[in-house]
Design a protein around this ligand. Sequence first.
Ligand code: F6P
Length: 340
Amino acid sequence: MKIGILTSGGDCPGINATIRGVGKTAINNYGMEVVGILNGFSGLLYKDVIELTDSSLSGILNLGGTILGTAREKVFRKKITSPDEKDREEIKKCYHELGLDCLVCIGGNGTQRTTWMLSDIGLNVLGIPKTIDNDVYGTDITFGFDSAVNIATEAIDRLHSTASSHRRVMVIELMGHHAGWIALEAGMAGGADIILLPELGYNMKVIIGKISQRFKVGKPYSIIAVAEGVEIQGSTEHPAIYFAREIEKQTGIETRETVLGYIQRGGSPSPFDRNLGTLLGGHAATLIHEKKFGRMISVKGREISDVPLVEVAGKLRLVSPDTPLVVQGKRMDISFGMEV
Ligand code: F6P
């Protein structure tokens, strides 16, 4: 059998471990031929491929980014959703000209949706979820998330000493797109006093009240973790910048912001993400061997499993008020910006 692997959407730590997991299992355990498709789905259209061998897959386990390159796929998405049958036929033709028996697509929500569309037009495909945001529906966790949470937690740890020395409020903005998972997990692990998530909303009076009360009882500084997806009505600026300005204006306490940004996505994956990618990749190779296609590899509890792409495509996994860390945080008087 000949399989192709591509990576699409934003990169994250652990992709190379996953490519290696799929490739080395396919080659060594199942005797398959493996090619890497470059720069996301556009590489499929341009038939831009490289051979992947056991040797070329060595030495990449600890590398950040993706050796295959990636892209946000507007052009390809237009073709696959096009009402013109010819566009979809062109995609099928490229797949067949490459001689593929299966295409493995490693990516986030958008990629899983595109992968499902490829399955819908009759191609043998599998999806492997990846994103620092941890918001892919149908899996309990995505690789990349643990590495991002580690980086974000270390950043919050570092803010504590400088906040304390200056008796300041520190607002740190963390990635996550529409989901608050990174802000929640790093905020809790880093001991933030206030955690603001897109899923839970906020009330400025509550935030100001919490900071003022902390200063009144002799706590000289406060740390706020805010997810980038928190919506500020009538403003397009970074939430951290908005909150820092408003808090200083309304409390009179010196406030500084940090927008952590792409630092969360770059660099070497954590051991957890390396092993998760390795396991997900191995499971994908097994499904190909068993000729089970049209599925996304997933994690359920501690088990590696798989779900039909049709059940997950187009859906998001978000934080909810009864997420255990939110419930426990509230019990410890950590503010989520919404208490009465
Ligand atoms: O999905 C990962 C992510 O880093 C989000 O957290 C963020 O909103 C987005 O990608 C940034 O996308 P881009 O790489 O297109 O700037």
